[in-house]
Design a protein around this ligand. Structure first.
Ligand code: SF4
Ligand code: SF4
Length: 189
């Protein structure tokens, strides 16, 4: 009899938790119809930014590639044509490739970037049917012409560099960050 009584008490205790939580509002949302607002420092997919005049912030200095612990970034830089510069520096990134499957979203690339050209943003819906679909090219990463945002930069640095203090990349290279002997090999596509 005592055993039945203690089982009923235990059952009552368990069910009281169930009933208590049934009356609480749900803590989950119906994703993807509803999405939570993510914190400003969320590290999702990369975005490459521009200046207001349309030039790209990236000056192809390779610092992000050099610092990336996962070798997820591949860049080929070219000299700018002074008549029609692509970026605000001496060079620009002709190829800028990020392998989202290699990336560990550590944010080192955005911290290394002297021009705030690359940031990790709140797009965390990163899935694909093929490996290739998760290798982002510059065209996939660059914000559209007419946009000039700083993205999450302001969440990390209250005073992002302005164009006045811009860095042209002329004195910086992979060699400067000890990656001068980096194997220049295109990731398999
Ligand atoms: S560190 Fe910045 S400027 Fe340099 S290559 Fe990377 S994104 Fe471009
Ligand atoms: S977030 Fe980290 S792992 Fe990903 S590309 Fe940037 S430096 Fe590399």
């Amino acid at each position: 009899m005592d055993e039945i009584l203690s089982d009923l008490v235990a059952l009552g205790k368990g069910l009281s938790i169930t009933f208590k939580n049934m009356l609480r509002p749900p803590v989950t949302v119906e994703y993807p119809e509803k999405k939570r607002v993510l914190p400003p420092r969320t590290r999702g997919r990369h975005v490459l930014h521009r200046y207001e005049d349309g030039r790209e912030r990236c000056v192809g200095c390779l610092l992000c590639q050099g610092t990336c612990p996962a070798s997820a970034i591949y860049i080929e830089a070219r000299e700018n044509d002074s008549a029609r510069p692509v970026s605000a520096g001496e060079r620009y990134a002709e190829i800028f490739r990020v392998d989202l499957l290699r990336c560990i979203y550590c944010g080192h690339c955005e911290l290394a970037c002297p021009t705030n050209a690359i940031t990790l943003e709140s797009n965390t819906a990163l899935a694909g049917y093929t490996r290739q679909s998760l290798v982002m090219e510059k065209e996939d990463l660059l914000e559209p012409t007419g946009s000039a945002t700083l993205g999450s930069t302001q969440a990390w640095d209250a005073r992002p560099p302005s164009e006045m203090t811009r860095f042209d990349g002329s004195e910086t290279s992979a060699a400067a960050v000890g990656k001068g002997n980096l194997v220049r090999r295109l990731p398999e596509r």
